[in-house]
Write a protein that binds this ligand. Structure first.
Ligand code: GUN
Length: 292
């Protein structure tokens, strides 16, 4: 069993990006600038956005955090989005999800300039991704592709079962792995809460992508020997053993499943760190596009 080490791979990637930023600086080009909009005080969102801003500093990007109150109106948030669209200094930005209930997420995502949409969530970017056109690929699926590629995990002709059809992970993952190219060329089954007899499908899978958000859902009797497992789950579970009072648990019963795997991502330290590295990669791409 080989661990797909997202911490090491993301730190390699960040070094590569930092070198590129240095080259850009020394040739007098503008350096990438990422902005992040955070609404409210959700604990997990605060952690993620903090980590995104810190990662910008690590690779030499400029970053701007726009922290807005929980009770901001949809109209005010749309104004902020319009301001970021018009700001020539900012190459790309993200609006951290989830947003408070009184704000229509789709309305906000639709208002983001697709050329600055480094999350790849705008319908025009999502459509381009499905049509195999050049665009921003959502960071989590993009990170999974990068891990598969760097560890030379073969996807061509394999049966991939994706569990979970979220717009951020499951759905784009199913599209990306069925596209032409490498990683890709797989036969993909996208499963969800209405899927019947899920374990008969996961038992046939060469590669399983778990993006459900239910801790330890995938058990050893649901997978075949030699399977490759990508665990996107990151649920905070209360724990007395951790000083933080919680531990991060994936969608896979790692202890019992890992011995059957050829490759598996750990949680934490698998997909999570890759997501941030790929957001940086998309921002670098946006910056380069803006200079051409
Ligand atoms: N919430 C959880 N994951 C993400 C992400 O990748 N981007 C944004 N904007 N919000 C998220």
């Amino acid at each position: 069993m080989i661990l797909l080490d997202g911490r090491k791979t993301s730190s390699d990637l960040k070094l590569e990006i930092a070198e590129e930023v240095n080259r850009m600086k020394s040739s007098g080009q503008n350096i990438p600038h990422l902005a992040a909009v955070l609404v409210g005080e959700d604990g997990a969102s605060l952690t993620y956005v903090g980590s995104k801003v810190r990662s910008c500093q690590q690779v030499g990007f400029q970053s701007t955090l726009i922290h807005l109150p929980d009770n901001i109106s949809e109209a005010e948030l749309l104004k902020e989005v319009a301001r970021l669209n018009a700001d020539k200094d900012i190459d790309g930005y993200i609006v951290q999800l989830p947003l408070p209930k009184h704000i229509d997420e789709n309305k906000i995502l639709m208002a983001i300039d697709p050329l600055k949409d480094v999350d790849g969530f705008h319908p025009s970017n999502f459509g381009k991704m499905a049509l195999e056109m050049d665009t921003f690929i959502p960071a989590t699926p993009f990170g999974i592709l990068e891990l598969l590629e760097r560890y030379n995990v073969e996807t061509k002709g394999k049966h991939v079962v994706v569990v979970g059809r979220s717009h951020i992970v499951g759905r784009p993952m199913s599209i990306l792995l069925s596209r032409k190219g490498n990683p890709g060329n797989a036969t993909v089954t996208l499963t969800h809460s209405n899927t019947k007899n899920l374990s008969s499908l996961t038992n046939q899978a060469d590669i399983i992508v778990m993006a459900l958000g239910i801790p330890k859902f995938l058990k050893a009797n649901m997978v075949k020997e030699g399977v490759v497992i990508i665990d996107v789950g990151i649920t905070r579970v209360p724990s007395n053993e951790s000083p933080k009072g919680y531990e991060i648990v994936g969608d896979v019963d790692f202890e019992h499943v890992a011995p059957k795997c050829s490759y598996i991502t750990p949680v934490p330290g698998g997909v999570g760190p890759m997501t941030i590295a790929m957001l940086l990669k998309n921002t670098l791409l946006a910056c380069k596009r803006n200079q051409n």
